[in-house]
Design a protein around this ligand. Structure first.
Ligand SMILES: Nc1ncnc2c1ncn2[C@@H]1O[C@H](COP(=O)(O)OP(=O)(O)OP(=O)(O)O)[C@@H](O)[C@H]1O
Length: 343
């Protein structure tokens, strides 16, 4: 996975004007999405996620900057060439957007028909796709006879029909219950690993990012405020927005009433330490504690995994001579992200 990114934003701004006012939905975004990734774009409502997607599939022109797909600047293309680019990009929607008057087969065959596939080719391609998404037995059902999860499987099969390189999933699981969400996310993962499709997942749900995204960008007010590997961004979030999203995964530091209750029960000094994969906090602690003659008790904590790597926080009560506790904290600071909770 080297070379030019499959999708690249270079200083992209998108401003909507109308009714005498201007809204900058995407604000000077620089972003590279490499081929083969499942890339999450997370942000609250109004952050500019849908606009970003519409710029990728050239449904909207940029106001300034460049969007490149496979190295080609979309701004330089004529409408006919843009249609070709769009044909290489599949799209999955929150509300599925299936044609109610057509069967499952008819819905999945539709883009093939438009692309001029012959009847026999269409038949075998649709059969193959329905098998892949696991609803071959529903081919002759209509959308209103399907569950939400089944409808989204149809949506995914339809999006994949013409063998796109890129799949854009805009809140694709937001209308589904947690179990069904899990099934659809596992299917998207197979689309990525088995078919090699690069997936851009737009979501406001941290669970979706955690489940499938290997890389992520956090969008806020039209700007990318943090981006990187999902583990790096959410195990050590820097901005308030990323911290709030990370906080929905794990409560690892005591706050408010929890902290008051801990204080009431523990008279010693309290420190909170970050736990990071490979950080070796346990070994560092036991070694330093022994040497300084300080005892400890774990009073609060949470550890979870992201992309198969653990992170979290532990709050310890340190019990010992004040000078020994000071020396211990000073020593731990060299190797560990540790903070004393003020009394
Ligand atoms: N066609 C448009 N005309 C005017 N303003 C728009 C248009 N599309 C989006 N906006 C504005 O741009 C901003 C970003 O909207 P966008 O839909 O991209 O955000 P979002 O993160 O996808 O939010 P949501 O999750 O609520 O859809 C909002 O302030 C929105 O009102």
């Amino acid at each position: 996975m080297t070379g030019a990114p499959l999708i690249e934003f270079q200083h992209v701004t998108k401003t909507f004007t109308g009714g005498g006012r201007a809204v900058t939905a995407v604000d000077d975004v620089d972003l590279r999405i490499e081929a083969g990734r499942i890339f999450g774009i997370i942000g609250y409502s109004g952050a500019g996620k849908s606009t970003l997607v519409r710029l990728i599939n050239a449904l909207e022109p940029v106001t300034s900057g460049r969007v490149l797909i496979d190295g080609v600047d979309l701004g330089t293309l004529k409408e006919r060439q843009l249609r070709q680019v769009r044909a290489g990009i599949g799209m999955v929607f929150q509300q599925f957007n299936l044609l109610a008057s057509r069967t499952v087969f008819g819905n999945v065959a539709y883009p093939l028909k438009i692309a001029g596939w012959k009847r026999e080719q269409r038949r075998s391609r649709v059969a193959e796709l329905l098998g892949f998404v696991g609803i071959a037995d529903k081919a002759w059902n209509y959308p209103d006879q399907l569950s939400g999860g089944q409808k989204q499987r149809v949506g995914i099969a339809r999006a994949l029909a013409t063998n796109p390189k890129i799949l854009l999933a805009d809140e694709a699981t937001s209308a589904l219950d947690p179990d069904t969400t899990g099934e659809v996310l596992r299917l998207l993962k197979r689309v990525n690993t088995e078919l090699g499709v690069t997936i851009v997942v737009i979501t406001h749900e941290m669970d979706v990012v955690r489940e499938i995204a290997d890389h992520v960008a956090v969008l806020d007010g039209g700007k990318v405020v943090e981006h990187g590997s999902t583990y790096d961004v959410f195990s050590a979030p820097k901005t308030g927005t990323a911290q709030r999203f990370a906080g929905t995964l794990l409560r690892d530091t005591p706050q408010g009433d929890d902290l008051d209750r801990i204080r009431a029960r523990h008279g010693g000094r309290l420190v909170s330490a970050r736990v990071r994969d490979g950080g070796g906090l346990g070994a560092v602690l036991s070694d330093a504690l022994g040497r300084h003659g300080v005892r400890f008790e774990i009073v609060y904590g949470g550890i979870t995994a992201l992309s198969g790597r653990s992170f979290g926080g532990l709050t310890l009560e340190l019990i010992g001579e004040p000078s020994a506790v000071d020396a211990l904290i000073a020593e731990l600071r060299d190797t560990t992200e540790i903070e004393e909770i003020p009394a």
